[in-house]
Ligand binder design. Structure first.
Ligand code: GLP
Length: 233
């Protein structure tokens, strides 16, 4: 696991931006994308650049169950606003929050099998979750429906009018689905991520209690961490 320490979110986002461009120039065709506030600036930098994703495919990590793609809090909508409208991909896959569970799991696993991810971007939750794989998720999990933990609901409620509006369930790529990515870049910015970063970089073996530690066994992971998030390492 390579750890790149940067001063702040701006510097870290610039670094991620460069790695994405490098991957695209090097022939990467499938980009695994994440939502959340962490990658927002990277998407802004890409949107304002001359990058061309029209021959590439994007695959997103997760989506809230019950939200349509045009709902303002859906992850599909987030991606359109932050990146896809400015930089369209040949195809952009995000789980369908309105689809029935078994059908969506089957459909998304098919998408992943047909579009193996070359470069996966990840954020991290303060409890160590990646995508919506909460603590206790089996390391060999594939796409599944998850009940969000209270800590995730609390962290995400800032985007909703009121806490009751935060969906309680999500569809998410599983930990083993994420591990199939050829290269993974995890971004962590801000002091709220310091413990999660410490738990990740000090782990020697994967621990289901801390989902991010599945990455310990991946051969090509880069963690970009700013000063605040690196405070405990
Ligand atoms: C959400 C997303 C994750 C994201 C995490 C951290 O739960 N499902 O993919 O990494 O939150 O979010 P943020 O980047 O806003 O801190």
């Amino acid at each position: 696991m390579e750890i790149i320490r940067v001063k702040n979110k701006e510097e870290g986002s610039q670094k991620a931006y460069e790695l994405i461009r490098e991957a695209l120039d090097g022939g990467a065709k499938v980009f695994g994308l994440a939502t959340g506030s962490t990658p927002e600036l990277v998407y802004e930098m890409l949107s304002e650049s001359d990058v061309d994703f029209s021959d590439a495919v994007s695959v997103n990590l997760d989506e809230y169950v019950g939200l349509a793609g045009d709902h303002e809090q859906s992850y599909r909508y987030f991606m359109e606003q932050k990146l896809f409208n400015a930089k369209p991909f040949k195809a952009s896959y995000v789980p369908d929050g309105l689809n029935e569970e078994a059908a969506e799991i089957e459909a998304y696993e098919k998408v992943l099998a047909e579009n193996p991810v070359d470069l996966q971007i990840l954020g991290i939750g303060s409890n160590g979750h990646i995508a919506f794989n909460e603590p206790g998720t089996p390391l060999d999990s594939v796409t599944h429906k998850v009940e969000l933990t209270d800590s995730t609901i609390q962290a995400n409620k800032r985007f909703f009018e009121k806490e009751e509006d935060v969906p309680r369930f999500a569809y998410t790529m599983g930990l083993s689905s994420i591990m199939k990515g050829e290269k993974i870049i995890l971004l962590a910015f801000g002091e709220a991520k310091a413990q999660a970063v410490k738990d990740l970089v000090t782990a020697h073996t994967p621990d289901e209690a801390i989902p991010s530690t599945v990455l310990v066994d991946h051969p090509n992971v880069t963690v970009i961490v700013d000063e605040a998030a690196a405070a405990l390492i």
